[in-house]
Design a protein around this ligand. Structure first.
Ligand SMILES: Nc1ncnc2c1ncn2[C@@H]1O[C@H](COP(=O)(O)OP(=O)(O)OP(=O)(O)O)[C@@H](O)[C@H]1O
Length: 350
């Protein structure tokens, strides 16, 4: 009898010790993960700041960062979009950021919002704009990105100041290839796979080497779209949205492929998909280009600011764009296939 009680006690103690050790190991592993991923996590001015570990953020302190952030003013604005305003934040010679102040604070956000942001911070690729950190507070939220010194493809192609220095053909090829590589990474190499949902020229930014970086991935999922933002419907932007989206409202990788096809047309023709002349003529960029390609008149559609270009390559890029713009999503290539096609024709430019 005594023996069986002792045995029972022994088994209970062993089980409790086993469970406790598992809990402690999990806790330690979590702490290690958090230390690796977050250089700092601070409660500041009623909000929480999280910065992810990277060479750029290593020497920063959250207080110094917040102090500079609070001093941002209109003269620091780089641009604004449907989700908020983007500011240039220079900390020192080695650290410059683009801070996106989202329109709403976190009053209606849950832990899913932070989980999404942490997942976005894990994505590192040479053709994706890195998210360095975030700040969440009841009044406003900030997303802290790496600063892209050469701005967006949208401004480079259709900038307000006129095309004083138009992009040459090799630069356009390099941008198309970089953007395809970034998007292909999100679709095929990330686990779980990521649908961008808002591919357009203003979401393709250029780094110091004029290498394309896809920005704003995950943002459409993260945010409830601001109803005052007229260009964005549930997700995506008019002119770039795949036709099936208007029926189903469902974002898919093939929807991203369609939007990428529109960006290729922008690179080729130098025209915006929402160009007023198309609306006046009752057509759209995609329809117009399809007719031009069918009639083999590509030279009439090419951007007039392009003075020197190899016609064979131009035709091939028109062809890839056409494939991306198939009305039936199942007939569109995957981004991996688009990347391969672009790599094949661009070998001479790279
Ligand atoms: N990381 C960055 N580095 C440099 N400039 C940036 C950065 N992020 C955004 N910008 C600039 O700020 C502008 C506004 O960006 P934002 O992403 O808020 O809006 P958008 O992409 O134009 O529109 P939408 O919100 O509908 O996607 C961009 O056109 C770009 O020029």
């Amino acid at each position: 009898m005594v023996k069986s009680v002792a045995l029972g006690l022994y088994i209970t103690i062993s089980c409790v010790a086993f469970i406790m050790s598992k809990i402690i190991v999990s806790f330690l592993l979590y702490k290690r993960w958090a230390r690796k991923h977050r250089i700092m996590e601070d409660t500041l001015s009623g909000g929480k700041m999280v910065m992810f570990r990277s060479p750029t953020t290593r020497s920063l302190t959250s207080k110094a960062f917040m102090k500079k952030t609070m001093r941002l003013s209109n003269k620091d604005i780089i641009g604004s979009g449907g989700y908020g305003t983007v500011y240039r934040l220079i900390i020192d010679d080695n650290s410059a950021f683009a801070v996106k102040k989202l329109n709403k604070g976190n009053t209606d956000r849950d832990h899913g919002f932070e989980r999404e942001l942490n997942a976005m911070g894990d994505i590192k690729h040479r053709n994706i704009v890195t998210l360095h950190g975030y700040y969440i507070a009841p009044q406003f939220n900030l997303l802290i990105y790496e600063l892209m010194p050469n701005g967006s493809l949208d401004v480079l192609l259709h900038g307000k100041s006129g095309k004083d220095k138009p992009l040459d053909w090799p630069s356009r090829c390099k941008i198309a290839l970089g953007a395809a590589r970034g998007l292909s990474y999100l679709h095929h190499d990330c686990i779980p796979h990521i649908i961008h949902r808002d591919i357009k020229s203003s979401n393709i930014l250029l780094d110091q080497n004029m290498e394309a970086r896809v920005s704003d991935f995950g943002l459409a999922t993260l945010m409830e779209p601001d109803k005052s933002h007229v260009t964005t419907i549930a997700a995506g932007t008019f002119g770039y949205l795949a036709p099936e989206y208007f029926d189903s409202g469902r974002a898919t990788t093939k929807g991203d492929v369609y939007s990428f096809g529109v960006v290729l047309l922008e690179l080729l023709t130098g025209k915006r998909p929402t160009d007023e002349t198309f609306i006046e003529e009752g057509t759209k960029l995609v329809t117009w280009v399809k007719e031009v390609v069918k009639d083999k008149r590509e030279e009439h559609a090419i951007d007039s600011s392009l003075v020197c270009f190899p016609m064979e390559e131009v035709k091939k890029v028109f062809n890839i764009a056409e494939k991306c713009l198939e009305s039936d999503p199942s007939k569109r290539p995957t981004m991996a296939a688009v990347l391969k096609m672009l790599e094949q024709i661009n070998q001479t430019n790279l």
